[in-house]
Design a binder for this molecule. Structure first.
Ligand code: APR
Length: 318
């Protein structure tokens, strides 16, 4: 096998996030990109446009668009953003039903054409969608993961930087749990220049609490500002960081939606936990000590994720 063979990265969904994924994957030299979407010819148009940036950017990736799943055959890594956003008047069940139907179709096709790929799911509701993908496809648990925590941690890091004036480069953040209002940003395990946030000089508990709350509502804040659609630059950048760690065996530690088999006391569900990502996919899940209060917040988040799983069962998807 040629060690230097180009990777093939397929993007299922060529919407706002999909387009940014394609651009960033090329810029990071991750490999050749295939953009799939059900909308006729649109992915071909976006792919051609992005491909035409490569001469100017000095990049060697090819970017192609398709409406045929056969073109994702043999992909090394797949990132899924297929789905519809919640529309006014749409119930939570309606959204779950629509996106679960889409995810079932995506999972069947990924299994058919690229059973050996690593898969990163971005579609919402994230924890339920990655769980459903894994159940329908039956693909290995260590190769199927959800992107949420990297984005949530990036938001927390940005807010900490805005508050302290310190470069985001020197700020780390730890966010656990499901992707939604119940997520658990952990100030004790977040640092500014190596100093735990809770010990950082001049930073009050009230200010930390406000940043935690802003992080948990970070997606909604952007939706409200945009008026149509949801965040797409930072979600794309977050998934690309995860892809890079897997494809280049970087062994970075990221909060990811991973399949639990007893970690933190959770079983048979996907929830955001710190994981090491490398050439095997999810190589390790880290179990850290939590205070009673932190654990109860995580349990509360797990309960919300469990509720989505029950909804999927009730609607006949599992
Ligand atoms: N197969 C493939 N693609 C599909 C399917 C399907 N069955 N159904 C819809 N799509 C495509 C749409 O045609 C659209 O191009 O998914 C794309 C979604 O793109 P956008 O609506 O622009 O949404 P985006 O901002 O990219 O977000 C995608 O990620 O963060 C989550 O909540 C967000 O679930 C949403 C997803």
């Amino acid at each position: 096998m040629n060690k230097y063979k180009r990777n093939k990265i397929s993007l299922i969904g060529a919407g706002q996030i999909g387009a940014n994924l394609a651009m960033m994957a090329a810029q990071k030299n991750l490999g050749d990109v295939v953009m799939f979407d059900v909308v006729e010819s649109m992915p071909m148009g976006k792919a051609l446009d992005i491909h035409q940036t490569t001469p100017v950017q000095g990049l060697s990736s090819t970017i192609t668009g398709t409406n045929s799943y056969a073109d994702i055959e043999g992909s090394d890594l797949i990132i899924i953003t297929a789905g519809i956003p919640r529309k006014p008047g749409m119930s939570r069940d309606d959204l779950l039903q629509t996106n679960a139907k889409i995810m079932t179709d995506v999972a069947q096709n990924v299994k058919k054409y690229a059973p050996n790929a690593f898969v990163i799911v971005i579609s919402n509701p994230l924890d339920a969608m990655v769980y459903l993908f894994q159940k329908v496809s039956g693909m290995p648990k260590q190769k199927v993961l959800g992107m949420a925590g990297v984005l949530d941690a990036a938001r927390f890091r940005t807010f900490i930087s805005m508050e302290t004036g310190v470069s985001v480069e020197d700020i780390t953040a730890f966010v656990l749990g499901g992707h939604g209002d119940t997520m658990v940003p952990l100030p004790r395990y977040s640092t500014v220049g190596g100093i735990p946030l809770t010990e950082y000089p001049g930073l009050s508990a009230e200010k930390i609490d406000a940043m935690v709350k802003r992080t948990a509502g970070g997606g909604g804040e952007i939706v409200a500002l945009l008026k149509t659609g949801s965040a797409f630059f930072a979600p794309a950048a977050s998934a690309i960081a995860m892809a890079e760690s897997i494809l280049f065996d970087k062994k970075r530690i990221f909060p990811c939606a991973v399949y639990c088999e007893g970690e933190y006391g959770y079983k048979d569900m996907h929830i955001g936990l710190p994981a090491m990502l490398g050439a095997e996919g999810i190589e390790k899940i880290l179990e850290v000590k939590l205070t009673a209060e932190e654990k109860s917040a995580l349990d509360n988040s797990a309960k919300a994720v469990e509720g989505l799983k029950e909804d999927l069962k009730r609607l006949g998807f599992l």
